[in-house]
Write a protein that binds this ligand. Structure first.
Ligand code: TYD
Length: 216
């Protein structure tokens, strides 16, 4: 059903904390607008008023008592609203939707790092209604390096998830590697340890390929 009404293209970008996602997102948005494409940029958790409120609950460092199941369901609830209120309508209008994180974050953080496993997929089948990105850009940076990069950003305050220890972030990373292995048709793994421009050259190649396949 869902794919029938989908005319646009859906791109997600993923990575462990500190992988340089924000910098690459800015470059992707510049690139897409230079191609004169109609782009909707959004993020998870968030993207709609309800989902942004859920985001505040999820990321507040005050909520240290949150159990893994609540966390998974809140991410999924935010996503359910985001998909239906923002992503699907934009795709139906033929737009390019770029989302800072999507389902793969739940698989990596809640499925692997929190240890909830396959039930994350089951719950998110409801949340996404089966919507999958056409392209997922995975910025591959080992967490040790990502955490080091974040800590040297002087004004950066760590949210609830970032405050987790290195072993948590290692599990998140393993989750991403596993997803990349299992979904090679859509996940493009990019070495994020290189310079900003070298990373973007790889990102741009993935975008070129994906946009070339997109017949409108
Ligand atoms: P954000 O400030 O957007 O982090 P980043 O700049 O690293 O993307 O916070 C989102 C946090 O939520 C991030 O630590 C990853 C986590 N997250 C999950 O655990 N599960 C999810 O499904 C999503 C979308 C994000």
């Amino acid at each position: 059903m869902m794919t029938q009404q989908k005319k646009g293209i859906f791109i997600s970008i993923e990575g462990t904390d500190g992988s340089g996602k924000s910098t690459q997102i800015q470059k992707i948005l510049d690139d897409l607008s230079a191609r004169k494409l109609d782009v909707v940029f959004t993020r998870e958790p968030g993207g709609t008023p309800i989902s942004e409120k859920i985001r505040q609950i999820l990321l507040s460092p005050e909520h240290g008592e949150m159990c893994a199941e609540t966390e998974m369901l809140l991410y999924a609830a935010a996503r359910a609203q985001h998909v239906r209120q923002k992503i699907l309508p934009a795709l139906a209008e033929g737009k390019v939707v770029l989302s800072d994180r999507f389902l793969d974050s739940s698989i990596a953080y809640q499925g692997y790092a929190r240890g909830l496993g396959a039930c994350v997929l089951t719950v998110n089948q409801i949340a996404t209604g089966g919507l999958e990105p056409d392209l997922t850009i995975f910025l591959d940076l080992p967490p040790k390096e990502g955490i080091r990069r974040k800590r040297i950003e002087a004004d950066h305050t760590m949210d609830r998830l970032e405050q987790e220890d290195l072993s948590f972030h290692e599990k998140v990373y393993q989750g991403y590697l596993e997803t990349a292995k299992q979904s090679p048709h859509r996940v493009c793994r990019i070495d994020a340890s290189a310079s900003v421009d070298a990373v973007f050259a790889q990102v741009k190649a993935a975008l070129d390929q994906c946009l070339a396949r997109w017949d409108v």
